[in-house]
Design a protein. Structure first.
Length: 250
């Protein structure tokens, strides 16, 4: 065997374990979380740009419906923050989600909406295989909202606020697409009957990709609905629009 052939043979022998390991990593990378008897964590900062449609009840009268398109939300956003997090040990876990935003609309009447939506729940993994992961969840969602209507030449202004906490139940998870690193994230919950809420429900559906074991990205469509009872400042309110998220796994 020539010196060059010997060198190639030695190089291939040395590189084989490295190449095999790289190939194994590529083939074993999966977007599906695996339940284990240890702690695992997820932190997901995200940007949700919903259109908002809500009728307002201020100063014992119904004001014009407040409408913000997805573009309006970005242009009229004064302050805000959006983040969710999860912690799991075995099949059990806890999750939390926070949406806080102050929006201001100034057509003929200036309407300022300050809203904080906080969801917290205990979770339990009911399905976990190579293609699917599903958690059942039971928890609460709170919403605190303040609406300020600034006076114009023809109408009086006003101020109103509402705060309510409601029980919710639902499920969330992922479905792997064709044994790839692409997946479909999904979420659904429903609740109400407490405080000033008749019913509230939320759904999320999208597509995501696992970039590395420690990070995923996803683009989803999220819909949140509230039907308030009585004379709450917010009546029937919908938040719906695209959501871009990055999930960091620890």
């Amino acid at each position: 065997m020539s010196p060059i052939s010997k060198l190639l043979a030695i190089s291939l022998a040395l590189l084989s374990p490295v190449l095999a390991q790289a190939e194994d990593s590529a083939t074993t990378l999966s977007p599906i979380p695996q339940v284990s008897q240890g702690w695992r964590f997820e932190v997901t900062p995200y940007l949700w740009s919903p259109s908002i449609n809500s009728s307002l009840f201020v100063n014992d009268q119904y004001e014009n419906t407040s409408k913000f398109s997805s573009g309006d939300v970005l242009s009229n956003l004064k302050s805000g923050g959006m983040i969710s997090a999860e912690a799991h040990y075995g099949n059990w876990g806890v999750m939390g989600d926070l949406v806080s935003a102050t929006l201001q609309e100034t057509p003929n009447i200036k309407i300022t909406l300050q809203q904080t939506i906080l969801t917290g729940a205990a979770t339990y993994t009911i399905l976990n295989n190579k293609d699917a992961y599903i958690d059942g969840l039971l928890g609460v969602r709170s919403i605190a909202a303040t609406a300020t209507v600034t006076a114009s030449s023809a109408k009086s202004g006003g101020f109103g606020s509402v705060s309510t906490i409601d029980p919710i139940a639902g499920f969330k998870g992922r479905y792997r697409i064709a044994d790839s690193t692409w997946y479909v994230p999904f979420y659904a919950d429903i609740g109400g009957g407490a405080g000033t809420t008749n019913v509230t429900w939320q759904t999320v559906l999208g597509v995501g990709k696992t970039i590395e074991k420690w990070v995923d990205i996803s683009l989803s469509y999220r819909y949140l609905y509230y039907d308030m009872a009585g004379s709450s400042v917010l009546q029937k309110t919908t938040f719906k629009g695209p959501q871009l998220a990055a999930t960091f796994n620890f």
